[in-house]
Design a protein around this ligand. Structure first.
Ligand code: ATP
Length: 416
């Protein structure tokens, strides 16, 4: 364990320094201090660790204040949850913030509800967790540095490649763990232990169905952030999870799976995250009414709903736009969010979509509204018409120079 903790490929030295500062402070306050959860799991798997999940047996807020006093920065305490966020100064750590958490126990007042929490021991804290592989801790303070706490045999399950819940009510207490189980199983190519697998049954699925759209969408967001999103969605589908919310939720089309990993060419000048692209690829073949109902059920952001609906309408018009002039394409595409155009280009390969993204949308006439005003033209709707016609002429290759544009402008003014 000590060897792993000191391996800079798994734990960069700046994180090691930060941890030893926290551990040193905790030790001087006689406060047992642990790293838990994904940190321990990934370290034992020999994978670089991301989050530093720190738990103390004692008051995390008190520890936070002491760290700020000694190393600077600022503390945001959350007294209700006995947690604190330490906002560090750049010379304390390149990491901007770190969460300090008091070990706690949780009770679920009813299945699927959010738990109520109470300060407790590290043992209790590990017992409230989702899977054995996430229920280990490494002690950090003083002479205990590097000690592994593994009361639920998580290390053995890691070695066997097994995802296993801690007790038979786990998925009923919190059915979002079904999504989590699938994520870990697919991410690490593990299997869901048969004794846990049978707990994904009509009872736990019925509770899953009653969860808020926001909680479920968050789980799908996490899935789209993973490399093996497609395999995860497929697995959830096989388990009956997708259909439970809405039977109209389609299968993710396998042929779009590779598109999720495609790197957006810089020349397109748009940014789209994997999560939004995931939803667009997943749902753009669905009819509008299905998208509207899913958007309500899964509490999609208005940005996502707008992109999905605009994408679906555009997709239906693609055949009639096929041989349209660049200006017709451009004026139509300007009503569609760029992310939806990009997704549609990925699936259709339609060259006009790429032309629009890289070139057409940037084409403007040289003449402006101020120029029209200077020519004494009374302001009104004719301005937009004239400017659009000038722009269309550039797009469609009917003018090639400012001189051409000014000649065209003369005729348009006479006609207006
Ligand atoms: P990932 O690599 O997916 O981020 P992680 O283990 O860091 O994995 P988090 O979602 O950040 O995952 O959660 C941190 C820890 O909190 C988990 O390792 C687990 O011990 C615990 N945990 C998270 N969600 C739940 C849950 N729904 N029920 C019980 N324990 C949970």
């Amino acid at each position: 364990m000590l060897r792993l903790m000191r391996d800079p490929n798994l734990l960069p030295s700046e994180k090691q320094t930060l941890l030893s500062r926290i551990a040193g402070q905790a030790a001087s306050m006689n406060m047992p201090c642990y790293l838990v959860g994904g940190f321990v799991r990934d370290l034992l798997l020999g994978r670089p660790v991301n989050d530093l999940d720190i738990i103390v047996e004692g008051d995390a807020i008190q520890l936070g204040h002491a760290l700020v006093k000694k190393h600077g920065g600022k503390l945001t305490p959350h007294h209700k949850f006995h947690t604190a966020i330490w906002h560090m100064t750049p010379d304390t750590s390149a990491l901007r913030t770190i969460d300090l958490i008091t070990a706690r126990t949780e009770t679920y007042l009813r299945p699927g509800a959010l738990p109520t929490v109470k300060p407790s021991t590290i043992e209790d804290d590990l017992h409230r967790r989702d899977f054995t592989i996430n229920a280990m801790a490494i002690r950090m303070d003083g002479d205990h540095f590097g000690e592994l706490l593994d009361p639920l045999n998580g290390q053995a399950d890691l070695e066997k490649g097994v995802v296993r819940v801690l007790h038979p009510h786990s998925f009923i207490e919190d059915p979002t763990r079904i999504f989590r189980a699938v994520r870990y199983a697919e991410r690490y190519s593990f299997i869901l232990h048969p004794s846990s697998f049978i707990l994904i049954n009509p009872e736990s699925l019925a509770i899953l169905k009653s969860l808020s759209g926001e909680r479920i969408r968050h789980e799908f967001d996490l899935i789209f952030s993973e490399e093996r999103s497609f395999a995860m969605l497929l697995r959830l589908d096989e388990l009956g999870v997708c259909k439970i919310f809405d039977p109209s939720l389609p299968k993710f089309d396998q042929k779009y799976s590779a598109l999720l990993d495609s790197i957006t060419p810089a020349e397109l000048g748009i940014s789209i995250d994997r999560v939004m692209l995931g939803y667009l690829l997943w749902l753009m073949d669905s009819p509008s009414h299905v998208i509207e109902s899913l958007s309500g059920r899964l509490d999609f952001t208005s940005e996502l709903t707008k992109a999905l609906l605009a994408g679906v309408h555009l997709k239906n018009e693609m055949t009639s736009l096929k041989d349209a002039k660049p200006s017709t394409w451009t004026f139509r595409l300007e009503q569609v969010p760029l992310q939806a155009i990009y997704a549609l280009w990925l699936v259709s390969g339609e060259p006009a979509l790429k032309e629009f993204l890289t070139k057409w949308r940037h084409v403007k006439s040289h003449t402006t509204g101020d120029d029209l005003k200077a020519r004494g033209l009374p302001p009104g709707p004719s301005y937009k018409e004239i400017l659009n016609q000038l722009r269309a002429a550039w797009l469609d290759g009917e003018v090639h120079s400012i001189k051409d544009e000014l000649q065209l402008l003369e005729t348009l003014i006479v006609d207006s």
